[in-house]
Design a binder for this molecule. Structure first.
Ligand code: XIL
Length: 451
C-alpha cells in the first residue's frame, strides 16, 4: 500500500515538468494524516467529488484520508433525478475507490430539505404517499450499499438555530416522527451501518445542540436505532466554539458516537499569513477536541483542497477554507490537523498559539446619528503591560468621544491607546474602554487588531 502511494507521484514526473514543479514535496516526508489518526483510534476523512479521483487529487484523497464522504453523489437529487430512474455512477465510483484504498465510507445523506429531485418537491403528495416514498428511497439506497457504508447521515439538518424543527417537506407533512421512521428503515436495510443525525451550528452548547441532544436522548429511550451525531463544523475563522469539547462529551455520555462531518474554516479573501496561522489554530483545536473524547470517532473535512470547496460559491468573498491550497500544497491548517493527531509540524509556519490577547468590538447602543461602542481586550495564556487597539471603519463612522483610552482617528483608521491606569491586562483578565461615535447609512462592526 505504501509503495503504491509513493509510486503514483513518481509516475507523474514523466508526464510533464509542470507536475514536477507543483508536486507536493513538502508533505512527502510527513506521516499521512490517516496513519496519525489511526494511532489515536480515529478516522480522518474528506468529502470528495468522484470525477476528480485521479492524479494528485486521487493520490491525496487515497493517501492522507481513511474515510470518504461523497460530497453530492449520494443525495436524492443525484441518485434519482427522474422518478424510478437511478444514477449510481458517481456513488459507485467513490465506494470502489474507498475499497481500493482501504477506506471507510460515510453515506450522505438520506433525508434532507435540500438537493431533492424536482419530481419529489414539485409533486403533491398525501402524507401517506410521502412517507412511503421516503421509506422506498431509504430502503433502495441503503440496501444497494449494504455492508459497504460504515456510517450514514440518515437525517440531515432537521433543526432551526432556535432548536425548533425546521419547516420542510418532511416535518410539515409527517411531523417529527419522520426522524425515528427514517432511522428505523435505514437500520432494517443495513443493520451494521452506524446511523447518524447530522446538523450545522450544533458544534458548541447552544439552543440548537440542546434540541439535538434532547432528540437523541428521547430516541435512545424509545429504542430507535441512533448511533451517532454529526457536527458539520462549517466554521468561520477564529470562531471555534469554546464549548466544542464539552458538547462532544455530553453526546458521548448519552451513549452515541460523535463525528465532525464537514469541517472547513472559511476566511474573508484574500488569505494572508496571519489568517492562515489562525486557521491552523482553528483546525488544530477542532481536531484536538475530537481527539480528547474517546467516542469522537471521525473528523471529516468538507473538501481537502481549496480547488474543491463549496465555500467560494456559497459565501461570496470567503474561501481558502480547507487544509490544502488550490495547487494541492499543504497549508498551515494541514499541520494544525497533523499536530493535533500527534504528528510533526514540519513546514507548517508558526505553531498554534498557546496563549493570546484578543480584542472584541461591540455596539452597545445606537440611535439615528450616533452610537456607543466598546472594545474589550482579554488575555488568556498571555498578558500585556500596555496596548493599542486599531481598526478601520468601513462605513464612514467617526469617533466623537472616548473614555478609558485615548483615541485618534485619521480618515477611516482609528487607534486607541491605554490610559495611564489600564495598560496592564493580566493573564486571564480583561480591560474595556468605550466611545461615542457618529454614523449614517450603516454601522458595521470593524475587526480590531492589537498593536
Ligand atoms: C454542499 C456541496 O458541497 C455542494 O457541492 C453543493 O452544491 C451543496 O451542498 N451541508 C451539507 C452538505 O450537509 O451536503 C452540503 O454540501 C454543505 C452543507
Amino acid at each position: 500500500m505504501r509503495s503504491l502511494r509513493i509510486g503514483l507521484p513518481l509516475a507523474s514526473l514523466v508526464t510533464g515538468a509542470a507536475l514536477l514543479l507543483t508536486a507536493p514535496a513538502a508533505h512527502a516526508a510527513d506521516t499521512p494524516l490517516r496513519d496519525l489518526a489511526a494511532a489515536k483510534g480515529k478516522l480522518i476523512g474528506t468529502a470528495v467529488t468522484g470525477s476528480k479521483l485521479t492524479g494528485t487529487y486521487g493520490d491525496l484523497a487515497g493517501g492522507q484520508f481513511s474515510s470518504l464522504t461523497p460530497g453530492n453523489a449520494m443525495k436524492w437529487g443525484t441518485v434519482e433525478p427522474t422518478r424510478g430512474s437511478f444514477n449510481w455512477t458517481e456513488a459507485d465510483q467513490i465506494v470502489a475507490f474507498a475499497q481500493a484504498h482501504n477506506q471507510k465510507v460515510r453515506g450522505h445523506t438520506l433525508v434532507w430539505h435540500n438537493q431533492n429531485p424536482s419530481w419529489l418537491t414539485n409533486g403533491s403528495w398525501t402524507p401517506a404517499q410521502l412517507g412511503s416514498l421516503l421509506q422506498n428511497h431509504i430502503t433502495t439506497e441503503v440496501s444497494r450499499y449494504k455492508g459497504e457504508i460504515a456510517a450514514w447521515d440518515v437525517v440531515n439538518e432537521p433543526f432551526n438555530d432556535d432548536g425548533t424543527y425546521r419547516s420542510d417537506l418532511w416535518y410539515d407533512n409527517l411531523g417529527s416522527g419522520y426522524i425515528a421512521n427514517a432511522l428505523t428503515w435505514a437500520h432494517a436495510a443495513d443493520p451494521d451501518a452506524k446511523l447518524y443525525i447530522n446538523d450545522y451550528n450544533v458544534e458548541g452548547v447552544n439552543a440548537k445542540s440542546d434540541a439535538l441532544y434532547n432528540l437523541v436522548k428521547s430516541l435512545k429511550a424509545q429504542g430507535v436505532p441512533i448511533d451517532g451525531v454529526g457536527l458539520q463544523a462549517h466554521l468561520i475563522l477564529g470562531q471555534v466554539p469554546s464549548t466544542l469539547q464539552q458538547n462532544i462529551q455530553r453526546f458521548a455520555d448519552l451513549g452515541v458516537d460523535v463525528a465532525i462531518t464537514e469541517l472547513d474554516v472559511r476566511m474573508q479573501l484574500p488569505a494572508d499569513s496571519t489568517k492562515l496561522a489562525q486557521q491552523k489554530a482553528d483546525f488544530n483545536s477542532v481536531v484536538a477536541a475530537c481527539a480528547a473524547v474517546t467516542r469522537c470517532v471521525n473528523v471529516t473535512v468538507w473538501g481537502f483542497t481549496d480547488a474543491d470547496s463549496w465555500v467560494p460559491g456559497t459565501f461570496p468573498g470567503y474561501g481558502a477554507a480547507t487544509p490544502y491550497d488550490e495547487n494541492y500544497q499543504p497549508k498551515p491548517a494541514y499541520y494544525g490537523i497533523a499536530t493535533a493527531l500527534g504528528g510533526s509540524d514540519s513546514g507548517g509556519g508558526t505553531p498554534p498559539p498557546t496563549g493570546a490577547c484578543t480584542a472584541a468590538y461591540s455596539v452597545s447602543s445606537q440611535w439615528n446619528t450616533g452610537f456607543t461602542g466598546q472594545v474589550t481586550i482579554s488575555c488568556s495564556g498571555a498578558s500585556l503591560s500596555s496596548w493599542k487597539a486599531n481598526w478601520t471603519f468601513g462605513a464612514g463612522q467617526r469617533i466623537t468621544q472616548a473614555w478609558n483610552a485615548t483615541c485618534t482617528q485619521s480618515g477611516t483608521a482609528v487607534s486607541c491607546a491605554n490610559a495611564s491606569y489600564n495598560g496592564s491586562v493580566p493573564d486571564g483578565g480583561s480591560v474595556t474602554f468605550g466611545f461615542n461615535g457618529s454614523w449614517s447609512g450603516s454601522n458595521p462592526v470593524p475587526t480590531v487588531t492589537l498593536g
